[in-house]
Design a protein around this ligand. Structure first.
Ligand SMILES: [Zn+2]
Length: 193
């Protein structure tokens, strides 16, 4: 297993990429190029599986090929957890669709810049393995798009310096208020509060 740990202490941030199929080709190097945080810990798992593609929304993912993530989460109890995925441009509309919640039970992604999408992580890991106050995010890079990759790297550099969920929300409220508001609404729907 390739788990790299930079820094020490809290907050503990865990970034994972290369979760399934060919995604490692677009995502692993982004994590490998991130520097250590100025305080606390950053752990990176650049490749989880190069095996076949099983969606993280499939209940079996985190029990099988994604079990490695659950093991690290259980052991380190991250305050901040980020999954970096990639998508093909033909799936863009499906991923950002406002009806995604009705179709597959998870909200559509928000669009940041350079076609980088941001959303929540699968309920299969969010609900079972993280406390309510943890910050759990997914970023989706458009495949084969260098500018998308660079923007995602920029966002990860922001998140690696965040100390809490509130710190990140503050950053987002300043720069992407609509995205931040949607994320908060989705989060409340998810926890029913
Ligand atoms: Zn993925």
């Amino acid at each position: 297993m390739l788990l790299k740990i930079y820094g020490k202490g809290r907050p503990f941030r865990l970034f994972v990429a290369g979760l399934h199929g060919q995604e490692w080709q677009d995502t692993s190097d982004v994590l490998l190029n991130i520097e250590r945080p100025s305080s606390g810990t950053l752990a990176i798992l650049p490749v989880v599986s190069r095996g076949k593609y099983i969606s993280t929304l499939d209940g079996d993912f985190y029990k099988g090929m994604g079990k490695l993530i659950v093991d690290v989460v259980e052991e380190c109890q991250p305050d901040i957890y980020v999954e970096l995925h990639s998508y093909s441009s033909e799936n863009f509309h499906k991923l950002v669709s406002s009806t995604r919640i009705n179709e597959i039970g998870v909200p559509g992604f928000s669009v940041l810049e350079n076609n980088v999408l941001m959303g929540s992580v699968s309920p299969h890991i969010r609900r079972d393995h993280f406390p309510v106050e943890a910050l759990c995010l997914t970023f989706e890079i458009e495949r084969l798009d260098q500018s998308s990759k660079e923007f995602a790297a920029k966002m990860l550099r922001v998140v690696k310096e965040c100390r809490s969920r509130d710190g990140f929300i503050e950053y987002m409220m300043e720069r992407y208020p609509n995205v931040a508001k949607k994320a908060i609404e989705d989060y409340k729907k998810f926890y029913g509060s």
